[in-house]
Ligand binder design. Structure first.
Ligand SMILES: Nc1ncnc2c1ncn2[C@@H]1O[C@H](COP(=O)(O)OP(=O)(O)O)[C@@H](O)[C@H]1O
Ligand SMILES: N[C@@H](CCC(=O)OP(=O)(O)O)C(=O)O
Length: 265
């Protein structure tokens, strides 16, 4: 039993593309519905929740029926603009069914780096949480660039979720992916890989165990999740990495059950 988890109040939940889009290229309606239900129910239990959702590019591909992710940045940015709307429509519709209000917050790195805009973002989250609204966060993919030293890109939503969790001083970051936790090696390529249920600190050898993304739509694989955990642990926080196949897993995680991998003390 993870007793320290039972006292958390403010949580950031990050869900990856792999949990939102099915391998057959359709939206995972069941996962989106169950995630919306679970978060709405948790909100009624006085949890303060921020959802960081990937899936804009994936949802754009679903909408246009594209079998492969385009290579060019411009095409990906256009797809994100299309898909973000689709995704928010779905979330908004499902949250409404469960009598939960939600809001959209799109961020770029420069916004967090500049003290004044950082404060504004903090104030926005603070007010939304006070109102009992669930902010749904994504990177503003259509304007984020990493060329010409603009430095406006987070790179991936794992690190974005950690930055948001640190900003709002969340008690816990939960990363939902398409895998049960952090393994000694990528379990897709090494069937003997073993899961770690508790990783108290991030050490260099863990990066050696971290492989790339598991599906065409994923970004960053375990490396970005470890980097996110590092950002949180540097701030004395906690992260749980678990499988988002059934988002109701969040109930068990918050009950303190030994599910997935806990990073931190
Ligand atoms: N050490 C590891 N433990 C667990 N999964 C790993 C590891 N190394 C690589 N992976 C891969 O990382 C994938 C999850 O990352 P990713 O595809 O980016 O998902 P998401 O869309 O949820 O961010 C898993 O499906 C798995 O194949
Ligand atoms: N911002 C991008 C997702 C980037 C990302 O990190 O994706 P993932 O590895 O699926 O969490 C999108 O919404 O498509």
């Amino acid at each position: 039993m993870r007793t320290s988890i039972k006292t958390v109040k403010r949580i950031v939940v990050k869900v990856g593309t792999s949990s939102l889009i099915l391998p057959n290229g359709r939206m995972n309606l069941k996962a989106i519905d169950q995630l919306s239900f679970t978060l709405s129910d948790l909100a009624t239990q006085e949890y303060e929740i921020i959802l960081v959702s990937s899936g804009a590019i994936g949802a754009g591909m679903v909408h246009l029926n594209l079998p492969y992710k385009p290579q060019s940045i411009a095409e990906q940015q256009a797809l994100a603009a299309i898909g973000q709307l689709e995704l928010m429509n779905l979330y908004n519709q499902r949250f409404k069914v469960y009598h939960q209000k939600s809001a959209q917050v799109l961020l770029t790195r420069d916004v967090i780096d500049f003290p004044e805009s950082r404060r504004n973002v903090y104030n926005t989250f603070h007010e939304l949480l006070k109102m009992g609204i669930i902010p749904i966060v994504n990177e503003n993919d259509s304007v984020a660039v990493d060329e010409l030293n603009h430095q406006t890109v987070f790179g991936d939503n794992d690190q974005l979720s950690a930055i948001v969790a640190n900003l709002v001083q969340a008690d816990l970051l939960i990363i939902l992916s398409d895998i049960d936790g952090f393994y000694s090696d990528d379990p897709r390529t090494n069937k003997k890989a073993k899961i770690f249920h508790h990783i108290p600190e991030i050490t260099a050898d863990l990066f050696e165990c971290s492989g790339d993304k598991g599906s065409e739509l994923g970004t960053g694989g375990m490396i970005t999740k470890l980097k996110a955990a590092e950002l949180i642990l540097n701030n004395n926080g906690k992260v749980v990495l678990a499988n988002g196949k059934k988002p109701s897993i969040l109930f068990d995680i918050l009950d303190g059950k030994e599910i997935g991998t806990l990073f931190g003390k």
